[in-house]
Design a protein around this ligand. Structure first.
Ligand code: C2E
Ligand code: CA
Ligand code: CA
Length: 598
């Protein structure tokens, strides 16, 4: 849409200075041409016209040099001055022809007017300009009302055409809502900055509005738009010189920071996040490294942003790994079966008996050593490796769990983590069922863990994949519940069987009576919704005792066992019968894909 309320965004201070300056010099030069070419019966007219031409040229030169320093409103004065100079010059011209020649300079002023200002301000300027022009020409012999009207029409048509063209050009690289550059404009600026040279550091950041969907859903699109405009204004006001801020997508902003290394860029982003009152922002930052393109840089910033969101949102992450290299090594490791699933016990806190295991991906890089999953999972996601990684880990986990089940002669539950992009990519349910089939792991002993935040803004594809898996008997766990914006009401609608309470929540149950109260309420709520609760990150006896007292059915944490290679658990055959594994409503459901238990 062509916006009428704002000036075209192409009219930056520098462009305004250059355009107005050039037009003033051109107007002055036209007057000088008349002075040189025409015969003046009255020598005084010639001198005054010379003074006016000189004023125009000098003003133009001043604008060319320093016009970019003038605030936009000052250009109202500049353009009025132009109108006045022409209106004084026209009556001094010795002939009708020269008067008409000079009055064409009005067109230059009109063009500036519609370029620099919003439509309504431009219209006011044009009205003044046409009135002045009509007055300047009214006593000329041979200049009828029709001639003036013809001049006005030509001037109007030229000005309107220019106005439309600059607005179209502005809109192509700018965002209509915030007035910032859009993705295309940002990419142009980014490529220019990358090409400009590699001597100074260059960093980029992506910032994402946390829970934007909630704002949009709750307050309507008007509220969402207002929030984006406010964030854009607040961030733009706090930018360092030379920085470029753009609206990169729906609720995503991009920032280009020439001259900033990764750490300095992170500091700027932290300042912007603090500046954006009333909205949480997650951010990913990356510094350009040798041989990288602008697109590579943005991809790494996106990886870091993803990690920031996975880490609980409302935070910034700096991608200080050379993730291009890491992704390449990871691809080889996945193909080579070097990414393994380790198992952390999931127990009944009452008896301490083992109920199942959570599979956690482990990768030891030949040079870097052990790389934590919180680092390599986002890399896999942005490099398009996540489906392969997820399948490899799940297959390894299923094979190892089957070996344990065979060795112990009893069932255990196997839970496996799923990442957002894995679930939304399509074909996830089929891929899981295929892994179960090929490894001989019973579908009804498998649980996939997803985070609530993954589901809250997600497409129907994620929910559909989970529903499909549940239809086949695979359980679904909501992971990390109790962080960020976890919402009780969502529990009712999520397709889940297990609720895993985040370690951050569990850490406070023995120190905060309110937390203990919440836990009591959550257990009762989960019970009535048919959800089994798993307390994560249990590290102390006190926590375990409280969980037992409150009747929490399942727990996991260093107190009961750290993640270990599956073979380490083979000797630890749990005593007694396997505790109830499945949520009450799932018990007794036939699962066609389950192989017979040996
Ligand atoms: P998560 O699913 O919340 O996994 C639990 C994390 O807490 C694990 O970290 C585990 O080692 C750690 N942990 C367990 N007990 C305790 C405790 O008592 N205290 C403390 N402080 N920490 C404890 P890990 O293995 O580094 O995994 C981190 C995250 O990486 C996981 O968080 C999960 O989101 C992700 N992840 C791990 N494996 C995979 C995978 O195969 N696929 C995907 N998509 N994500 C994975
Ligand atoms: Ca998990
Ligand atoms: Ca968790």
């Amino acid at each position: 849409m062509l916006r009428s309320a704002a000036a075209p965004t192409l009219a930056t201070p520098r462009v305004m200075g250059l355009t107005a300056g050039t037009f003033f010099v051109a107007g002055g030069a036209a007057a000088l041409a008349v002075i040189l070419a025409a015969h003046f019966p009255d020598g005084r007219d010639r001198l005054v016209l010379l003074a006016l031409a000189g004023t125009a040229v000098l003003t133009g030169a001043g604008l060319l040099v320093a016009g970019w320093r003038l605030p936009r409103p000052a250009y109202h004065g500049v353009l009025l001055l132009g109108t006045v100079l022409i209106t004084l010059a026209v009556p001094l011209c010795p002939t009708t022809a020269t008067a008409l020649a000079i009055s064409t300079v009005y067109v230059l002023v009109a063009v500036d007017v519609v370029f620099f200002f919003p439509w309504q301000h431009g219209a006011a300027h044009l009205a003044v300009l046409f009135a002045a022009g009509a007055w300047a020409l009214h006593e000329r012999e041979g200049v009828s009302a029709g001639v003036v009207a013809a001049l006005v029409v030509v001037c109007l048509v030229v000005a309107t055409a220019i106005a439309l063209l600059v607005r179209i050009a502005s809109d192509a690289s700018h965002d209509g809502l915030t007035g910032l550059l859009n993705r295309r404009g940002f990419d142009v600026a980014l490529d220019a900055a990358v090409a400009a040279g590699r001597t100074a550091p260059l960093s980029a950041a992506l910032l994402d509005v946390d829970h934007f969907k909630t704002v949009n859903d709750g307050g309507g699109h008007g509220a969402g738009d207002a929030l984006l405009q406010r964030i854009a204004d607040q961030c733009a006001a706090a930018l360092p010189p030379g920085a470029v801020l753009a609206r990169y997508g729906g609720d995503e902003f991009a920032l280009l920071l020439p001259g900033h290394d990764g750490r300095a860029a992170l500091a700027v982003v932290e300042r912007l996040r603090a500046q954006a009152h009333g909205a949480g922002l997650s951010a990913g930052v990356a510094q350009l490294s040798g041989g990288e393109s602008g697109a590579d840089l943005v991809r790494r910033a996106d990886t870091a942003l993803y990690a920031a969101k996975a880490g609980g949102r409302g935070r910034s992450r700096l991608d200080d790994l050379d993730s291009v290299e890491l992704a390449r090594d990871l691809a080889l490791a996945v193909a080579d079966g070097q990414v393994r699933a380790w198992f952390q016990p999931v127990v009944s806190p009452t008896s301490g008996g083992l109920v199942g295991v959570e599979a956690l991906a482990r990768w030891t890089h030949p040079v870097r050593g052990a790389v934590p999953p919180l680092e390599f999972v986002p890399v896999a996601e942005s490099a398009g490796l996540i489906a392969d990684l997820g399948r490899a880990v799940m297959a390894d986990a299923c094979r190892s769990a089957r070996a344990l089940r065979d060795a112990w002669g009893r069932d255990l539950l196997l839970t496996v983590n799923v990442s957002g992009r894995e679930l939304t990519a399509g074909g996830y349910a089929d891929s899981v069922l295929e892994v179960c089939r090929s490894t001989g792991w019973p579908v009804d002993l498998l649980v996939v863990e997803v985070t609530e935040s993954l589901l809250d803004g997600s497409s129907g594809a994620a929910l559909q994949a989970l529903e499909e898996l549940r239809g086949h008997g695979v359980g679904v766990a909501i992971d990390d519940f109790g962080t960020g914006y976890s919402s009780f009401s969502r529990l009712d609608t999520l397709p889940a069987d297990y609720l895993k309470l985040d370690s951050g929540f569990i850490a406070e149950i023995t120190t905060s009576p309110r937390r203990a109260g919440m836990l009591t309420a959550l257990l009762s709520l989960a019970g009535s919704l048919g959800l089994q609760v798993v307390a994560e990150g249990v590290e102390t006896e006190e926590q375990a005792e409280l969980l037992v007292a409150l009747g929490c059915p399942l727990a996991q944490g260093w107190l009961f066992g750290r993640p270990v290679p599956p073979a380490d658990l083979a000797g630890a055959r749990p005593a007694g019968p396997a505790p109830a594994l499945l949520p009450p409503h799932e018990l007794g459901t036939p699962h066609e894909l389950s192989p017979p238990v040996r």
